[in-house]
Ligand binder design. Structure first.
Ligand code: PMV
Length: 349
């Protein structure tokens, strides 16, 4: 994914093995309409079910990667705090993959900043690993968007989707997947395809207690409904995709809410609880909106926040109702946005 033209201010150093030593990438989180929950067994981080998401303009991650020969180890700084050990492991594994492909010895200094709560179920790992994959691979102009997406997926499957803008799909991993199998996401429709607003109702600023990887593992190991979810999710996904391509907002909304509720029901049955009191209050507010004739639908990822899908003409009314819901601390408005891109040094974190 080359950066066109001069404004792409990747600071370059010519005349040694690495022409680009520093790159900034900007990415947005995404919200899944049909959820990915559950991984294929074995290495490679392949999803067990397909998923379809909206990449969200309005929330942003900015990441800078500097390749430095003078660093003893890779360094990861997120929102001003250095991550150590397991917290940095996925970022370091991604860097290691790029390093070995490019035959580099240099260590990477990664600095990343989100303008929204990190690690609380607002999909910061999606935008974070999409931005990291793009910035890390910048020295090698041979990586196209699909290869960046595949690289990001290995760290966080939802990150594969944030590489692309608009409405984006990621297939389930192949049966009998090998670690090196290629599985990128792809755009289903551009941002303007179906007018929609996503109102992110933040119900806590605290980080979540159970990571999505742990939550999925526990769900698949313990939930009596795991097999039902694995059977249901691909069928719901196909129906949602068709509804989206027909621009049928209400059908998309109903199916998206159904996907989130089925995913959380399956997780809850294994004792994996992401909701808080504000989540239930927000869900009640969405149902009240529908009873009063406003089509609004809820979705929830691996965290307590409720993301409300509404038509742009209803956004102000829905926002007012959600802001008034007890337990909703603030509402962030997002619309379908662009995929990850390289940025100028001034746009860095
Ligand atoms: O990609 P991960 O490991 O952050 O998991 C994402 C899981 C959900 O957000 C709950 C669903 C999804 O499809 O994004």
């Amino acid at each position: 994914m080359r950066c066109a033209g001069d404004p792409c201010a990747i600071a370059g150093e010519r005349g040694d093995s690495l022409s680009i030593r520093e790159a900034v990438a900007i990415a947005h989180p995404n919200v899944a309409l049909s959820k990915y929950w559950g991984k294929l067994e074995g290495p490679g981080n392949f999803p067990a079910v397909p998923s379809l998401s909206i990449t969200l303009a309005g929330l942003t991650t900015r990441t800078r990667v500097r390749w430095r020969a003078d660093l003893p180890d890779d360094r990861v700084v997120l929102d001003g705090h250095e991550l150590r050990g397991p917290a940095a492991a996925r970022a370091v594994a991604l860097i290691e993959r790029v390093r070995s492909k490019l035959g580099l010895a240099a260590k990477a200094e990664i600095e990343s900043r989100n303008d929204f709560p990190t690690a609380s179920g607002l999909a910061s790992s999606a935008s974070g690993f999409a931005a990291l994959a793009l910035a890390a691979a910048a020295p090698d102009g041979d990586w196209d968007a699909a290869h960046i997406s595949d690289l990001a997926r290995r760290a966080s499957a939802s990150a594969a989707r944030s590489v692309f803008g608009g409405f984006v799909e990621l297939d389930a991993g192949p049966v009998g997947a090998n670690e090196e199998d290629f599985l990128p996401a792809r755009q289903v429709a551009p941002p303007g395809h179906m007018p929609i607003v996503v109102l992110v109702c933040v119900t806590t600023e605290a980080p979540k207690a159970v990571t999505s990887t742990d939550g999925m593992r526990r769900t698949m190991a313990k939930s009596p409904y795991a097999a039902a979810w694995l059977d249901h999710a691909p069928r719901l996904h196909g129906r949602l995709r068709d509804a989206l391509l027909s621009r049928d907002f209400e059908h998309v909304g109903e199916l998206a809410e159904g996907s989130a509720l089925a995913m959380h029901a399956c997780a809850l049955a294994a004792g994996v609880t992401y909701w808080n009191a504000g989540t239930l209050e927000a869900l009640a507010a969405v149902r009240a909106l529908r009873s009063s004739g406003t089509p609004a639908f809820a979705t929830i990822d691996a965290g307590p926040h409720v993301k409300v899908l509404a038509r742009p003409e209803d956004a102000a009314r829905v926002r007012e109702a959600m802001t008034a819901a007890p337990g909703v601390q603030r509402v962030i408005e997002a619309t379908p946005g662009d995929g990850a891109r390289l940025g100028s040094a001034a746009e860095g974190p």
